[in-house]
Write a protein that binds this ligand. Structure first.
Ligand code: MN
Length: 241
């Protein structure tokens, strides 16, 4: 079936995509979902109760930083935090997915950072306002290349997540510490929204979140499987962001 051709008034936005390990193809990203409160030790360090429900939010695709590109230090914050997270990429989706079928929809796995203006997030929380501007901005979602599930399962479990900044260990955990499993998270999210091919889910961060500064160099790893290297650059220092 041929699609009707549109004459756009502006050039359409570029499709954002992730490299795929072992392939020359790339993974096109449709939407970026994120989970808050999925590791008990991080929930406690944020002063919340781990018994609560997972909290979902989204980032725009222009938040992605791919191919180990520079991470711009954002404006309107003086407490810019790292959160290292296991990322799940979907090759198909649907509504009301049972946990048992979720693995059939997984394309692969990556390691990413849910970068956060912590000072702004705390101020917005106190006012009972949405977190949006603390979480969703250009450069707030660096992500590694994807490890295809066909190469990962069932040999990898649990996943081992680690973040170092300037050679210093900041965050380390395994996916066995997650309150909600990948299967439970995707199932729960699919009750609220129809998931589609190209969706990413950032699955929450363990304890140890902390500040980044311009000039910092970091390495986030799914240990032995995927690696994200990044440098934080001051706004306007040639990142184009
Ligand atoms: Mn997070």
């Amino acid at each position: 079936m041929s699609m009707p051709k549109h004459a756009y008034a502006l050039s359409p936005p570029t499709i954002r995509s992730l490299p795929i390990l072992g392939s020359t193809e790339r993974f096109p990203v449709r939407s970026i979902y994120c989970v808050g409160r999925n590791y008990a030790d991080h929930v406690r360090e944020m002063g919340s109760d781990p018994a609560g429900r997972p909290c979902f939010f989204m980032k725009p695709t222009h938040a992605l930083v791919t191919d180990d590109g520079p991470v711009p230090y954002p404006p309107e914050t003086s407490n810019f935090h790292h959160e290292v997270e296991l990322v799940v990429a979907l090759k198909s989706g649907g509504r009301n997915l049972a946990p048992e079928v979720v693995s059939h929809h997984v394309f692969g796995y990556a390691v990413g950072l849910d970068l956060t203006r912590r000072d702004l997030q705390n101020a917005l929380k106190q006012k009972g306002q949405p977190w949006e501007l603390a979480k969703s901005f250009t450069g707030s979602a660096p992500c590694s290349a994807l490890l295809p599930a066909t190469r990962a399962v069932p040999t990898v479990k649990p996943w081992h997540l680690r973040l170092t900044v300037n050679g210093e260990l900041r965050q380390e955990a395994t996916s066995a510490q997650m309150i909600w499993s990948i299967e439970q998270l995707v199932s729960e999210l699919s009750r609220y929204d129809r998931l589609e091919a190209g969706d990413l889910l950032f699955t929450g961060t363990p304890a140890g979140v902390g500040p980044l500064e311009p000039g910092d160099q970091g390495v986030a790893e799914l240990v032995g499987h995927a690696c994200l290297r990044f440098t934080v650059v001051a706004a306007g220092s040639g990142s184009g962001l």
